[in-house]
Design a protein around this ligand. Structure first.
Ligand SMILES: *Cc1c(COP(=O)(O)O)cnc(C)c1O
Length: 397
């Protein structure tokens, strides 16, 4: 799509905003009773935080969620209205700015509650905080043994007008593994910890625990709000659970490059660093001008799939920093022709899932790691016209 405007680029990640919006609507239909938080951390899993946040809001997301406060503050500074939540704080973080920007700020422990309360006191304002429970992920959040003290201090800070506890929340460890016993155990723990806090007098606006797999497959996890990330980008949280189509989702990112060179090569030619591929006979080689600096996994050396001239090819030899080679088997596409590394898959191109399988990782990592040197080109935007401004490129650089 839109080759005319994008063809001269070495490489580009086309971001289909119509697909993103359709995915938001589809996910909302899976959780009709819950509010929707679009998770746009890590530059929207590599898709570009601001265009994605705007499109998600247009599709009805009431909330936007990020990991770091810096991400959340950037959203507010860019004019994203409504609720913005962030959850990954360290001591000395920008609590004052967070209060001023009306962020919903996650608190996992007493140090955070004290820092956010101090910021609110200095500003003479009330901070929105959400208490995070560790219900069994064993990562962030407050474990049950420490919960009563955190709840007590939060209620005291609320009584003093320093904070409003707007939410109680948690995160799953294994929601993408159907029937995993930790799912039911975490839900029980969550209900009990929420019950305790409410019994003590907390009146949360939202209680939430569902990520993408929870949103798609576990209705009992929806509570007041769902927080899908990967599914919004049209990628299944796990191939075990189903394909994107099974869930009514469509991949949003298509990664393309322009062939930098096509040449005839004799048999027995060692290809790329280390000569891990040697041409089996006379053939043609194509040079694809993206490498690990662009986020192409080096672990996909010898395995990564790519569509060129209507045929699936495989990375020949090592993925280098800026480029890799494919054996074109005698075909002669022209330099400048398109190589599609991954996309929705319906034009024969591989998917991010295929790249994940080829490099021993998950599709989350494949899209998120695409580097800042690859411009994001927004297509199917609100105007219906391609957006070729390489919008918001600056924030990814
Ligand atoms: C990343 C993240 C999500 C979204 O997870 P997906 O598996 O991508 O849906 C939700 N909540 C929290 C706390 C997260 O860190």
């Amino acid at each position: 799509m839109n080759e005319n405007v994008t063809a001269p680029l070495r490489a580009r990640a086309e971001i289909d905003l119509a697909a993103l919006k359709a995915n938001v609507r589809s996910l909302r239909a899976h959780a009709p009773g819950a509010a929707f938080m679009a998770v746009v951390k890590a530059d929207a899993y590599g898709h570009g935080m601001l265009p994605v946040a705007r499109a998600a809001k247009e599709a009805g997301a009431e909330w936007v969620g990020t990991a770091t406060p810096e991400e959340a503050l950037a959203l507010r500074a860019a004019g994203i209205p409504g609720r913005i939540m962030c959850w990954l704080w360290v001591p000395g973080g920008p609590w004052r700015e967070g209060v001023e920007a009306d962020l919903d700020m996650s608190v996992s422990g007493l140090w955070a509650l004290r820092e956010v309360s101090a910021a609110a006191r200095e500003l003479g304002r009330t901070a929105r905080v959400q208490l995070k429970a560790d219900t069994g992920l064993g990562r962030g959040g407050c474990l049950r043994a420490d919960w009563p003290e955190l709840v007590r201090e939060a209620l005291a800070a609320q009584a003093a007008g320093l904070v409003t506890v707007t939410g109680l929340w948690s995160h799953f460890a294994c929601a993408d593994e159907p029937g995993h016993p930790s799912i039911a155990a975490q839900l029980t723990e969550f209900r009990e910890m929420v019950g305790y806090a409410e019994g003590e007098g907390v009146t949360p606006e939202v209680r939430h625990i569902a990520n993408s797999p929870g949103t798609l497959t576990l209705p009992e996890t929806h509570f007041d709000l769902v927080r899908p990330g990967i599914a919004m980008y049209g990628i299944s949280p796990s191939p075990e659970l189903g394909t994107p189509e099974d869930f009514g989702l469509r991949p949003v990112m298509t990664l393309k490059a322009s062939l930098a060179l096509v040449k005839h090569a004799p048999g027995g030619l060692g290809v790329s660093y280390g000569h891990h591929y040697v041409t089996p006979g006379p053939t043609t080689l194509g040079l694809v001008p993206v490498g690990y600096a662009d986020g192409i996994p080096r672990h996909a050396s010898g395995t990564g799939p790519v569509l060129i001239g209507g045929k699936r090819r495989t990375v020949a030899g090592r993925v280098a920093m800026d480029q890799f080679v494919v054996d074109l088997g005698g075909d002669e596409p022209a330099a400048g022709d398109e190589a599609v590394l991954f996309g929705p898959g319906d034009a024969g191109e591989p998917t991010a899932e295929d790249w994940a399988a080829a490099s021993g990782t998950i599709a989350y990592e494949i899209v998120t790691r695409i580097g800042s040197r690859v411009p994001r080109v927004y297509v199917n935007g609100t105007s219906g016209a391609p957006d070729v401004r390489q919008a918001d490129r600056a924030h990814t650089v």
